[in-house]
Design a binder for this molecule. Structure first.
Ligand SMILES: [Zn+2]
Length: 256
């Protein structure tokens, strides 16, 4: 399926919702999402990331937890790539309703995207469990070995969801509601087969588009599927601004 068709969908539709996967973050220099990262962590710390970034490890070994959180998450967060800027333009043009992601690195917020639902938290929302004061990533980086609350001295909880913790149900409900309102669902930098891709079950709209770096069988269910360099595809599919004009209708392309 061609990028030209994706461009037609994105520049000619409103009520677009994006499920944003990890590929754009990796392209933006975020090491944490690289596939070989887990092995690096395990070699360096003698424990798997799943073990370190778990609720029980945080409670029992907070100093070790925060050392790893600073070094492997906060210092290797990377930055926004071209996809985030394309999404920002879509939001400014009134076409994008919002972004839903498992990513906690805030790359979309950094470029100014406003409606971002982060299912697994946010590295700039480290919170005091006692008084609720919120601390950004820089505060955590600067306050070693243990970052404590300025107000009450309690140990701050990291802003990301840890293994063994219950996800914020409110965010999941918000995500499901947003997807249900979408006419176009853009699955970007991940597959329909992924955990994030499973949210497609809430979609009742017209066009399902998938843009990913690799081609997976499940993605052929989409109305439009583009495989390749995700940033390049998005730069081509949504170049510059395309504000909403009059009545916009897109015909479905049935050539697969
Ligand atoms: Zn506090």
């Amino acid at each position: 399926m061609s990028v030209a068709y994706l461009k037609q969908i994105l520049t000619g539709s409103r009520d677009i919702v994006c499920l944003l996967g990890r590929a754009p973050a990796i392209a933006g220099g975020c090491d944490f999402y690289r596939e070989d990262y887990a092995y690096e962590i395990e070699t360096k710390y003698g424990r798997s990331p799943g073990e370190i970034f778990s609720s029980s490890f945080f409670i029992n070994r907070p100093k070790a937890f925060y050392e790893c959180y600073r070094e492997e998450v906060l210092k290797r967060r990377g930055g926004p790539d071209a996809c985030n800027y394309a999404l920002k333009r879509m939001e400014e043009d009134g076409r994008l309703l919002g972004i839903i992601t498992r990513g906690f690195f805030n790359h979309s917020r950094m470029v100014g995207c406003k409606n971002v639902i982060q299912l697994y938290g946010n590295i700039d929302a480290n919170t005091c469990p006692h008084c609720g004061k919120v601390y950004d990533a820089d505060y955590i980086l600067e306050h070693t070995p243990l970052p404590c609350c300025e107000n009450c001295g309690s140990l701050i909880h990291p802003g990301i969801a840890l293994q063994g913790e219950i996800l914020d149900n409110l965010q999941i409900t918000r995500a499901a509601d947003l997807i249900a309102r979408a006419r176009v669902l853009l699955v970007l930098g991940t597959s329909l087969h992924s955990t994030l891709g499973e949210l497609v079950k809430y979609f009742k709209g017209s066009f399902l588009a998938v843009v990913n770096s690799v081609e997976e069988f499940a993605d052929h269910k989409a109305d439009c599927f583009c495989a390749g360099n995700v940033a390049e595809i998005m730069g081509e599919a949504y170049p510059g601004h395309h504000p909403i004009g009059g009545a916009e209708t897109i015909e479905k392309d049935r050539r697969m």
